[in-house]
Unconditional design. Structure first.
Length: 431
């Protein structure tokens, strides 16, 4: 754990290093490209080979897809307590998503001119659900759940199987709850490639959403063009802004929460105006670490990806947060809303002492699929609008065309596009 203090001579340089993080290593890109290209070329045959190589399962095209019987059997293995949690989260996610469904609209800015927008749900969406180091049940709801709320007709999920070829029961129950229409036991680059390019067994999708490891992220980059993607996301990260009033145990718990995802490349950052807080938080982290089941994974992040920044005031803290642009930003100060007003970029902002980031991860409502590695400066988290096609609407009357045709002709001359310039004129000659 590294402490960076505003009184240090190299304070600005250390912050710049922190801002310029790269996310996942680029070295994975070449390996991902070989796999992706092979699946695109050879289809099912390549998928079978990579499933055996990476997920240690023996599949045939007939066993790619999870059957209804398997889904029903899995449901019986899910406790009522877990079913209640999944249904609760799903209801909240759908409620939030439906409030953002875009509506068709039109207006008349000038006489005889009608402009507007039309929105239609995408037909077929692929959702990638990580399942390597942990079964991310909540990710099903935060991707497929929004697609369902958006009335996407076909929601196709891929997720890595366990070595026995089965999918985690809670994951399957969440998929059923969220309205997934097809489930494939495929993971990693080959799973993304199968969605993006299709095979003789799997129909290609129009868009892929959802997080993943370095290879999945590289595969999504490669998929762009064969289909759309939501964003390119890297390892998880959290930043906590705290002052002297903030509970130390809560800070430590929240910093640890994002350190347990498993890649070892996650980041946990504290920004505080209290110069005594870093030492207190470090001691509390060490105490809580003793009780965590994923301790080995967490220790990697504590060693290489945990930073504690002491700054002069909360205005400076907000500026640091905006420049870092964290995936998750918790503001646990006396007046969190005032601090948040000064933050220019963050994937999601959690206000106050009683709002742990994990509430957003699981069941608050907005999607937990968020931009990382500073990309919150130019990307936003997954939202309802991304499951719709948008078309602009333009309609002119003959009188409106007569009035404005001279501008068409002017631009046609400026750009040397005679046919463009003539398109309106030819209509008016017939009038």
């Amino acid at each position: 754990m590294k402490v960076i203090n505003f009184r240090d001579a190299d304070f600005a340089a250390e912050l710049k290093k922190l801002y310029n993080r790269n996310g996942f290593p680029e070295a994975t890109a070449e390996a991902a490209a070989r796999i992706f290209t092979d699946v695109k070329k050879r289809g099912n045959a390549a998928v079978i080979e990579y499933a055996a190589k990476f997920d240690k399962v023996s599949l045939t095209p007939g066993t790619f897809r999870v059957t209804e019987a398997e889904i029903e059997e899995a449901e019986e293995d899910v406790s009522e307590e877990n079913k209640e949690a999944i249904r609760f989260a799903f209801a909240n996610i759908v409620d939030f998503a439906r409030r953002r469904i875009p509506q068709d609209w039109q207006y008349s800015p000038r006489e005889g001119v009608t402009l507007g927008e039309k929105f239609v749900p995408i037909d077929r969406v692929g959702v990638y659900i990580p399942g390597g180091t942990a079964p991310l049940v909540s990710t099903v709801l935060h991707t497929a759940g929004i697609a369902k709320a958006s009335e996407v007709k076909e929601i196709v999920a891929v997720t890595p199987p366990r070595q026995n070829g089965e999918i985690h029961p809670e994951t399957l129950f969440a998929m059923k709850t969220a309205g997934v229409t097809e489930i494939y036991r495929l993971g990693g680059v080959y799973g993304v490639a199968a969605l993006a390019c299709g095979t003789s067994t799997i129909k290609k999708v129009e868009k892929i959403v959802g997080p993943g490891n370095a290879y999945v992220t590289a595969a999504k980059r490669l998929a762009y063009g064969d289909c759309a993607i939501d964003m390119v996301a890297g390892p998880s990260e959290i930043m906590v802004i705290a002052d002297a009033s903030t509970d130390i145990a809560a800070v430590a718990a929240d910093l640890l929460s994002q350190a347990e995802h498993g890649s070892g490349l996650e980041q946990s950052v504290l920004v505080t105006t209290d110069p005594e807080m870093p030492e207190k938080v470090q001691k509390e982290i060490e105490r809580q670490l003793e009780t965590l089941s994923r301790r080995a994974m967490v220790e990697k992040v504590l060693k290489n990806g945990t930073f504690m920044i002491v700054c002069e005031n909360l205005e400076a803290a907000a500026e640091i947060a905006g420049n870092y642009a964290p995936e998750h930003l918790e503001i646990m100060t006396e007046n969190p809303a005032a601090v948040a007003a000064g933050v220019k970029a963050a994937g999601a902002i959690f206000l106050g002492q009683w709002t742990p980031e994990s509430m957003g991860d699981f069941c608050a409502g907005p999607s937990h699929v968020l931009p990382t590695a500073g990309s919150a400066k130019f990307f936003s988290g997954l939202r309802t609008e991304e499951f719709f096609r948008r078309s602009s609407i333009v309609e002119y009357s003959s009188e409106a065309l007569k009035r404005e045709n001279k501008y068409i002709e002017a631009f046609g001359r400026m750009e040397g596009l005679d046919a463009h310039g003539r398109a309106g004129t030819m209509r008016l000659k017939k009038d």
